[in-house]
Design a protein. Structure first.
Lengths: 90, 221
């Protein structure tokens, strides 16, 4: 297995989605190759650090502003001639 | 209303029901905001991106084709707004979704190979860890950042991610791998134990099935 193939296989191996035949070859390789083992391990750790990242909450004031802006736009669309009152920005 | 599929809501919006649009917005705003934040690295810009995306969606809902998922469609709209913003603010060379591909280059080989010291989750203060992770993402190209955020952070499937980016699953995978390798590199420089650092193994030759106990002559046919 050469570097490029190896790297591609590693990424799928990390996800568990690698073809069983390649997996066997890869595991054999990992058994022999300490640097590759460390790469796999640190690659897994990298991904899991980001997976555990919690979802960003929408800032509360933004949520309000967003929904207000959308509602105004909707009204304008429904009523194109009465937009004078809602034309002011906040 | 939570059981109603997105596409059914879209039909209601087209029939003039604003509540259905609100529900669509509520379903997707957080994910899009997180995506926009990772792409722009700026809260104000992320807000603009999300707001403009939903305004565009309202405007162009007639163009939405029900054979694709609403989430894919709205995500693409948000990404396009984010890229437009990056283009004007940073004069980024990559300007559209289509131009983000860097598949032509060979994959970069791992350079900094070392075991990590202790678990960063336990040993680094939360805000500091988040800043480190965000900074590492910011160093990716926009194309890599996108695929990594969609796939590994937001947990979209390979197919969904490929659809959003309008690339084949295979090309999506290669780009994802580039992103993962680049992040591994950055984080290992940060969390790796220098004492355990080792040189990369030369893989340009086929590996023997078992490691040679003694140096093997290369010339053997
Ligand atoms: Zn190796």
């Amino acid at each position: 297995m050469k570097c490029q193939e190896l790297l591609k296989a590693l990424s799928e191996y990390v996800e568990g989605g690698v073809d069983p035949a390649i997996c066997k070859e890869l595991e054999k390789h990992l058994g022999d190759c300490n640097p590759c083992r460390v790469v796999v391990d640190t690659l897994k750790k990298t991904i899991s650090l980001y997976k555990n990242d919690e979802v960003y909450e929408l800032p509360a004031d933004f949520k309000q502003r967003l929904h207000k802006a959308l509602q105004e736009k909707w009204r304008q669309k429904a009523n194109p001639h009465s937009d004078d009152a809602s034309a002011k920005k906040d | 209303m939570h059981d109603v599929a997105d596409n059914a809501l879209v039909a209601q919006v087209r029939a003039g029901e604003y509540q259905a649009f609100e529900e669509l917005v509520s379903r997707h705003e957080r994910r899009l905001y997180a995506l926009a934040w990772h792409l722009t690295h700026n809260h104000h810009d992320a807000e603009d991106v999300v707001q403009n995306a939903f305004l565009s969606a309202m405007e162009h809902l007639a163009d939405f084709r029900a054979e694709s998922a609403f989430s894919t469609w709205i995500t693409r709209i948000a990404i396009n707004h984010a890229l437009k913003l990056l283009r004007t603010k940073r004069q980024h060379s990559a300007v559209t979704l289509e131009q983000l591909d860097d598949d032509g280059e060979p994959l970069p080989l791992p350079e900094y190979i070392a075991k990590w010291r202790d678990d960063p989750v336990l040993n680094v203060e939360r805000n500091e860890l988040r800043a480190i992770l965000d900074e590492a993402i910011e160093r990716l190209t926009p194309g890599q950042r996108l695929v990594f955020v969609l796939r590994d952070i937001q947990g979209l499937s390979g197919k969904e991610t490929a659809d959003i980016l309008n690339v084949t699953e295979n090309s999506m995978k290669v780009r994802l791998l580039r992103a993962r390798l680049a992040l591994r590199e950055t984080l290992t420089r940060r969390f790796g134990d220098p004492a355990s650092r080792q040189a990369p193994h030369d893989h340009e030759r086929e590996h023997p099935a078992t490691p040679p106990a003694l140096p093997v002559k290369e010339e053997t046919p």
